[in-house]
Structure formats: structure tokens, C-alpha cells
Design a protein around this ligand. Structure first.
Ligand SMILES: Cc1cc2nc3c(=O)[nH]c(=O)nc-3n(C[C@H](O)[C@H](O)[C@H](O)COP(=O)(O)OP(=O)(O)OC[C@H]3O[C@@H](n4cnc5c(N)ncnc54)[C@H](O)[C@@H]3O)c2cc1C
Length: 451
């Protein structure tokens, strides 16, 4: 049998694991995979994005563990590609490189006051409560009575729900201690979510919306006037997707409810956009404009009217989308925040592929990345069979990292971190207690090489 094709997969979130799995299943040609991540821990947003109270969703990591157990798999954590090793150096050592680096930053609103203290991207808030080691020094002031979450997707719902969880709900999760304490002690009584368009156009999905109505410590409030549909939205609802119909049914049910007087309220607003975040020295409010829907190139777009109002608040979380970032030496489309590609083949770069959010943008659920990664791997294997992937001349990545004194964490090292976290969680009835400091992660992950 011929020597296996050697592939580096960069980024160990869902797309990285699904790509690795599809590659390792190939026997024509056989493939070995080195999966690299800039963090000492694998799983990407399954560890640092999916909300801590969604433990059943995080359980997809069991499938990733099976992939890691396949022959030919190696993990290299704490290897930031573009910083400690370049794209060119990977191409010297591997027949092909697959980028699955996700979307590492956030889209901006582009309005005055966006950077006032107290206005945060949802990316930072999510990474903080999930224990991402780069975000543990942040301090969120949750003392104000109202928080505003800008956005109408599932990440916005996650942020609103996390702010509303009770001590008992949090106690079963792996939320980091500082965030748990801050949420329990917070002065927040109202969380207002703002949707630019109407309820029919909302991006959130029915199960996530339904959950807002089932919280132990928060009433969900919807103004029935916000559910009066314009003719075009009513028509879209008639003929359109199941998701919008179910969302509107749930919203109508919320609007009929009598509030129970629970300690917190989640208020869902529609057809409003922030035009300015106001305050002297820190966030004191958000100025909103009322929108109307107009038909534009076959879709209903939000157009501002003259009606404005100011909502006092102490915290703003901007949840209007994640955004990919450029990797040195790899083609990148600034406009869309993805690597330009044709079915996963990165345009204008030899032996270079991409999958997941860096390929198609930040949308879809975890499972969406499986089909997406399979398409990429099919293209890569077809290129290998056609003789388009030339054999590299360079040595082993581990040797290069050793030479540079990079403390990489191998899969055994990650398993040590995982075991330590689970054993700290067990007596507390939590799935795990996360190790959150870089030094502690690297110590627990028993680095292969000392400096
Ligand atoms: C807040 C939030 C909640 C979500 N909740 C759900 C949910 O409940 N259910 C669901 O189905 N989906 C959910 N999703 C969507 C799901 O997480 C994504 O579809 C999925 O994680 C995208 O996979 P990915 O592999 O493309 O990116 P990611 O998961 O982001 O993985 C990218 C990986 O690349 C690594 N990386 C980045 N740059 C480099 C570099 N230069 N060198 C080496 N490594 C690098 C990162 O450290 C990371 O590990 C959620 C998303 C978010 C943001």
C-alpha cells in the first residue's frame, strides 16, 4: 500500500473534526491527519460558544473523541498557525492543508458610542462565561437594571437567557465561577432583545425561543402590537418556512401570557435598530429608531422611520454576527470574511482547502459543518487521486515545534485536562469545572517539550 497522504487540519472545532473524520475514513488514498489548534484544548465553539446550560448539545464531543481514536490521528494544541508556524511551513510538511479556523471576531454595528465602556460584542461575553482563556480578565458590570441585547439570532437568545438564569439553573452547568457569581449577584431586572426586522424575519429557531418561555426566574414579554404583521410578512408566513410559522405561534402565546412577577423579564422587541449608544463615560442608554419593512431585491428589508426613543440601560451586548479573520499567506475575502473557495478548494492557493465557518460564513448548526466538511474532503481526495497533491519535502511538525520551544499539547495532554476538569466537576454535580488560565492549561496538558 502507498504511504498515507499527510494532511494538516487547522482548527479543531466541529468542521475540523468532521474533516478529520472524513479524511481518516479514506482508504483510496489512506490519510494521516494532524489536527492543530491555537488553544491547548479542542472542540472550538462546542467548548467556548454553545451555552453552558445546553449540555446535551455539547455532548457532540463524544463523536469527536471517536475520531481522535482513529489510527493516523494526532492533535497539536497551542499551535497558532500564522504566528508560531506559517502556511508555507505547513505546505512544506504536508500534502494538503485544510483550514477550519471558524470566525474569530465580531461584526460591528457602525454607530456612535459602540465602544463606550459597558458596550460589548456578544463574542466576548460568550467567551467569558464559557471559560475561554483569552477572555478571563474581562469584567462585565451587571449592576444596571436593564441590559440590551442587539440581534435576533440564537446567540442573542443565548446571551439573554444566560443573564436570566437562576442560581439553581447555573449550578448544574460548567459556567465559569466569576461569570456565575456575576449573574447571580447582578442588578439586572430586564433584558431587552432588539430585532431589526419583524417576527417573521427573526433568525432564531423555535426550540431556542421556546426555552425563553420556560425559565424559572424570568417572565418573557412580547407586545401584541409587535406581532401585527404587514401584508408582505403575513404572505411570507402563509407560504414560507416552518421556522417562521412556529416562531410566530410561540410569540403569540408569549404575548397572551400574564407575567408571573418573576425576578427578571426578557422583553422581545421587533422593528427597531440602535442608532447610537449614549452615555457620558459609560453606557447609559440606547437610542432606537423604529423601522418599517420594504421590499428590496426580493426580500423584506428594514427602513428607518422618523420615530425614535431612548432606552436607559447599563449594558449593551452586540450580537449581530461573528466574522472570519485573515490568516497570513492564505487568500481572504475582506468583504464576506471567508476564504474564497470553490467547493472547499481555496481559490488561488495550491494544496489548500477550507471548511466550516471560514468557508461559508457564520451560519448553521453544528451538524451543518459535517456536510460542508465532507464536500471539502471529497474535493481534496479527488485532487490526490488525480496526482495534483505533490509530496512535501519537509520533516515532522513536532520537530519544528520542538526546535522553536513551542509547548504543544498532544491528545494525551488534552485528555489529562479533560479528566482533571471532569473530576473537579463531579462532586459538585457539574459536567466539569473548566481550567481557564493559559499556564494552568499548559501545565495540566503536560507539554511535550520544556523551553
Ligand atoms: C455562541 C454560540 C452558540 C452556539 N450554539 C449552538 C448550539 O446550541 N447548537 C448548534 O448546533 N450550534 C451552535 N452554534 C454554532 C456552532 O458552534 C458552529 O456551527 C460551529 O462551531 C462552527 O464550526 P467551525 O469548526 O467552523 O468553527 P469553530 O467551532 O469556531 O472552530 C474553529 C477552531 O479554530 C481554531 N483556530 C482559529 N484560528 C486558528 C489559528 N490561526 N491556528 C490554529 N487554530 C485556530 C479555534 O481556536 C477553534 O478551536 C453556536 C455558535 C455560537 C457562536
Amino acid at each position: 500500500m502507498s504511504a498515507p497522504l499527510r494532511v494538516a487540519v487547522v482548527g479543531s472545532g466541529p468542521a475540523g473534526f468532521y474533516a478529520s473524520d472524513a479524511l481518516l475514513r479514506s482508504d483510496d488514498p489512506p490519510v494521516s491527519v494532524d489536527l492543530l489548534d491555537r488553544l491547548p484544548t479542542p472542540w472550538g465553539l462546542v467548548r467556548f460558544g454553545v451555552a453552558p446550560d445546553h449540555e446535551n448539545i455539547k455532548a457532540v464531543s463524544r463523536a469527536f473523541e471517536k475520531t481522535a481514536a482513529r489510527p493516523g490521528f494526532r492533535f497539536f494544541g497551542n499551535v497558532d498557525v500564522g504566528r508560531v508556524v506559517s502556511h508555507a511551513e505547513l505546505l512544506e510538511r504536508y500534502d494538503a492543508v485544510v483550514y477550519t479556523v471558524g470566525a474569530q471576531t465580531d461584526r460591528r454595528l457602525g454607530i456612535p458610542g459602540e465602544d463606550l465602556p459597558g458596550s460589548w460584542p456578544a463574542t466576548a461575553f460568550v467567551a467569558w462565561y464559557n471559560g475561554h482563556p483569552d477572555f478571563q480578565d474581562l469584567s462585565f458590570d451587571l449592576s444596571g437594571e436593564r441590559a440590551v441585547v442587539v440581534g435576533n439570532g440564537n446567540v442573542a437568545i443565548d446571551c439573554a437567557r444566560m443573564l436570566a438564569l437562576t442560581a439553581a439553573e447555573l449550578a448544574r452547568t460548567d459556567t465559569v465561577a466569576a461569570a456565575e457569581r456575576a449573574i447571580i449577584d447582578s442588578g439586572i431586572r430586564e433584558i431587552m432583545m432588539l430585532g431589526r426586522r419583524g417576527p417573521v424575519q427573526a433568525a432564531f429557531t423555535p426550540p431556542e425561543l421556546q426555552e425563553l418561555g420556560e425559565l424559572a426566574g424570568a417572565d418573557v414579554i412580547v407586545d401584541p402590537h409587535d406581532l401585527e404583521l404587514d401584508p408582505a410578512s403575513a404572505d411570507a408566513l402563509e407560504h414560507d418556512r416552518e421556522r417562521a410559522r412556529r416562531n410566530v405561534e410561540l410569540l403569540r402565546e408569549f404575548a397572551r401570557r400574564e407575567p408571573k412577577g418573576l425576578p427578571r423579564r426578557i422583553v422581545l422587541r421587533f422593528l427597531v435598530s440602535p442608532v447610537e449608544i449614549v452615555g457620558s463615560g459609560r453606557v447609559e442608554g440606547v437610542e432606537l429608531v423604529r423601522n418599517e419593512l420594504v421590499s428590496e431585491r426580493g426580500r423584506l428589508a428594514a427602513r428607518p422611520t422618523a420615530a425614535r426613543e431612548t432606552i436607559p440601560c447599563g449594558l449593551v451586548l452586540r450580537s449581530v454576527g461573528y466574522l472570519g479573520v485573515e490568516l497570513p499567506g492564505v487568500p481572504f475575502d475582506e468583504e464576506t470574511g471567508v476564504m474564497p473557495n470553490d467547493g472547499g478548494r481555496v481559490t488561488g492557493a495550491e494544496r489548500t482547502y477550507c471548511a466550516g465557518w471560514i468557508k461559508r460564513g457564520p451560519s448553521g448548526v453544528i451538524g451543518t459543518n459535517k456536510k460542508d466538511a465532507t464536500e471539502t474532503v471529497d474535493a481534496l481526495l479527488a485532487d490526490a487521486r488525480a496526482g495534483r497533491l505533490v509530496a512535501p519535502s519537509g520533516g515532522d511538525l513536532g520537530e519544528l515545534l520542538d526546535e522553536r520551544g513551542v509547548l504543544f499539547v498532544d491528545y494525551e495532554g488534552w485528555q489529562a485536562i479533560d479528566a482533571a476538569e471532569r473530576s473537579m466537576g463531579e462532586p459538585l454535580g457539574r459536567p466539569r469545572v473548566k481550567v481557564t488560565g493559559w499556564d494552568e492549561l499548559l501545565d495540566t496538558g503536560r507539554p511535550v517539550q520544556s523551553p
